[in-house]
Design a protein around this ligand. Sequence first.
Ligand code: B12
Length: 223
Amino acid sequence: MSDHTMDDRALLEKLAFTVIKGQVKDGTALTQQGIDQGINPHLVINEGLVPGMDVVGELFRTNQYFIPEVLLSARTMNGSMALLRPLIVGHVTETVGVAVVGTVKGDIHDIGKNLVCMLLEAAQFKVHNIGVNNTPEKILEMAEQHHADIVGLSALLSVTMPNIGKTVEHFEKMGVRNRYKIICGGAPVTAKFAKECGTDAYGANAPEAVKICRQWIEEKRAR
Ligand code: B12
């Protein structure tokens, strides 16, 4: 990776390829090169890492890739995101609101959720990323402990999507549903599903999630 004159487009394509191939070291080296070259970190994610992971998803779906390959790709993507994170998040001086974000019970997909956390932080939210495989009880406990304004729920599997609804039910059962705004997302989740299971919003992607959460905070302040 010594080609420092590589143009931005070529670099992003190569980076996507490292995600597809699960080349962790080359991925971080190229990401660092992109940073040094001054490529916008959002571009690195949206036009390098994400398109690479889209290809991986397709190879997985068509049984050309299996779990070990996908895990390496995920590791490559997370490694690059860790390098980009400080550039995207920057120095947060003021906090606009508190968000607790996690993947629901039975589900260990975390890349999309991590992206949502990163962009929320960049938008000056105090974010508690509570990881994966969270029971409704744990999610509520974290929301209470951190005095969250917003709870974000991620699900990537059809079989774990219902756990979004179960989490909302748990908040209701404990009599605290109206204390929080709940947003959900993840590849199989739809706006219709989000509504049916009682959440306040669906976010198709990380920037949309940020837009919705900012709006909620503005509404709360206006009250
Ligand atoms: C990477 C991956 C894995 C990795 C996860 C590693 C990790 N650290 O995350 C590993 C290998 C572990 C894995 C395992 C499995 N996986 Co998988 N995986 C994927 C894959 C290829 C990519 C997911 C990803 O990271 N995408 C990139 C990110 C950036 O996109 P995203 O997650 O969609 O997130 C964006 C939005 O959805 C949204 N979003 C996400 N979360 C949230 C939360 C909030 C609050 C908001 C507002 C928005 C939001 O914003 C994000 C950014 O824009 C998908 C394919 C796909 N098309 O999604 C399959 C996929 C999700 N997996 C699938 C399956 C079946 C499995 C397994 C069951 C396979 C198996 N037989 O064991 C296991 C389940 C393990 C478990 N219990 O969770 C299926 C699910 C099918 C279904 N509808 O149920 C998929 C769709 C692949 C396929 N086509 O078959 N997987």
